[in-house]
Design a protein around this ligand. Structure first.
Ligand SMILES: *Cc1c(COP(=O)(O)O)cnc(C)c1O
Length: 384
């Protein structure tokens, strides 16, 4: 069997029709009608009024930080348990990342801790320019208390929903909670354009500014006039066509990933020392990746299981290494602590792509179960 990946791209079926249309229309790059339509369609799905399609989710994050006026010396508070892109963009903007620990109920930013720390920062007279929440592994952060705390202090909320397109929190879609939000259409995400992203915002002025910065910041003049340094961050019309085909297939993909998650829970949830990432109250996760925690005292432990899966040519990985533990962010402040460290030490992510077959998922489950038996037999031999 071919190598089984964590979250490979899956075709929806009509990508080629839309691509052919894009090519036939002559709108190849950079912009065109598919970009406009893709932006409108994503706005509708996510219930946000304004959007800009970008070359990546990381570019969208960078633009989000730029358009809110981030300047060097500003603090941006970021969930520590995330993919590095969430924190890298803070550095691109010249700001200082401060990391916030997770809550066990959601694995996302701890709302109580965030509120306390914002109160303390207000008393010191040094509030962050923005807070970046992450909807981890497809599950929304606990937005009611987070929004309450941010509003009380007038702090802008940026929602990194790269992993959560299609999720809901209390009936509202992921991507609709921040003043600004970003999505990713990277190859491993729930829908893909091969590479791409989207910036969403409540204010039209933010998207207008982002569009200007993302197209090399050209001022209206016959010659090329630049008042500020711009970027080349737009999505091509061809890739937007692919994205529209993928987006139309979103709800099936979410259902499929949730079914994969349910199968893992059923097959492995009762194993001693095992538990799965909890689904918080009022939340419907996309289950972008199914994640479990394995007690280090059980045999096989997390790393032994990852070894066995690798030997079977199955890609599985530890949970994201928190940003406060990354050498690239050495010396940055951490608010709270201990939860994300523990999730990283015990957590693993299992193959969860919406295109995974029943047989492939059974192989993952069998490999995990068999590694247990092998170790039990070895233990018996040693005991004799
Ligand atoms: C994938 C991802 C990104 C970055 O998206 P790209 O499109 O790959 O640049 C940002 N944040 C999180 C949480 C992600 O998982």
């Amino acid at each position: 069997m071919a190598r089984l990946y964590l979250s490979p791209p899956e075709l929806a079926g009509n990508e080629l029709d839309l691509l052919r249309d894009a090519l036939g229309s002559g709108w190849i790059a950079p912009l065109g009608p598919h970009v406009d339509a893709f932006e409108r369609e994503v706005c509708e799905v996510v219930d946000m009024p304004h959007a800009l399609a970008t070359s990546s989710g990381t570019a969208a994050l960078h633009l989000a930080l730029e358009v809110i006026g981030t300047v060097p010396g500003d603090e941006i508070w970021v969930a520590t348990l995330t993919f590095a892109a969430s924190a890298n963009a803070v550095r691109y903007a010249g700001a200082t990342p401060v990391f916030v620990d997770s809550h066990r109920a959601t694995w996302n930013i701890d709302p109580g801790l965030l509120a306390e720390e914002l109160d303390a920062a207000a008393r010191r007279g040094k509030l962050p320019r923005a807070v970046v929440t992450v909807d981890l592994y497809g599950q929304c952060a606990d937005y009611d208390p987070i929004l309450e705390a941010c509003r009380r202090h007038g702090v802008i909320l940026i929602e990194d929903a790269a992993e959560a397109l299609g999720a809901t929190y209390r009936g509202r879609p992921a991507g609709s909670f921040g003043d600004l939000a970003i999505l990713s259409f990277n190859g491993n995400k729930i829908i893909t354009t091969s590479g791409g992203g989207m910036l969403l915002a409540r204010r039209k002025a933010w998207i207008d500014r982002a569009r200007y910065l993302a197209t090399q910041a050209r001022s209206p003049a016959r010659h090329y006039e630049h008042e500020v340094v711009g970027y080349n961050y737009r999505l091509s019309n061809l890739l937007a066509a692919v994205g529209r085909a993928q987006l139309a297939d979103l709800s099936r993909r979410v259902d499929r990933r949730r079914a994969i998650n349910a199968t893992y829970r059923e097959a492995l949830g009762a194993r001693p020392g095992w538990s799965f990432m909890p689904e918080g109250d009022g939340m419907r996760s996309t289950c972008w990746l199914t994640c479990a925690l394995v007690d280090p005292l059980v045999d096989p432990d997390r790393d032994a299981i990852l070894d066995r899966l690798e030997q079977t040519d199955i890609e599985a990985r530890p949970v994201w290494k928190p940003m406060h533990l990354q050498p690239a962010f050495h010396g940055c402040r951490l608010l709270g602590g201990g939860v994300s460290d523990d999730l990283f030490a015990r957590g693993l992510c299992l193959p969860s792509g919406s295109g995974i077959t029943r047989d492939e998922q059974q192989l993952v489950i069998d490999t995990i179960v068999a590694s247990d038996h092998a170790d039990a037999r070895r233990a018996q031999r040693i005991a004799r």
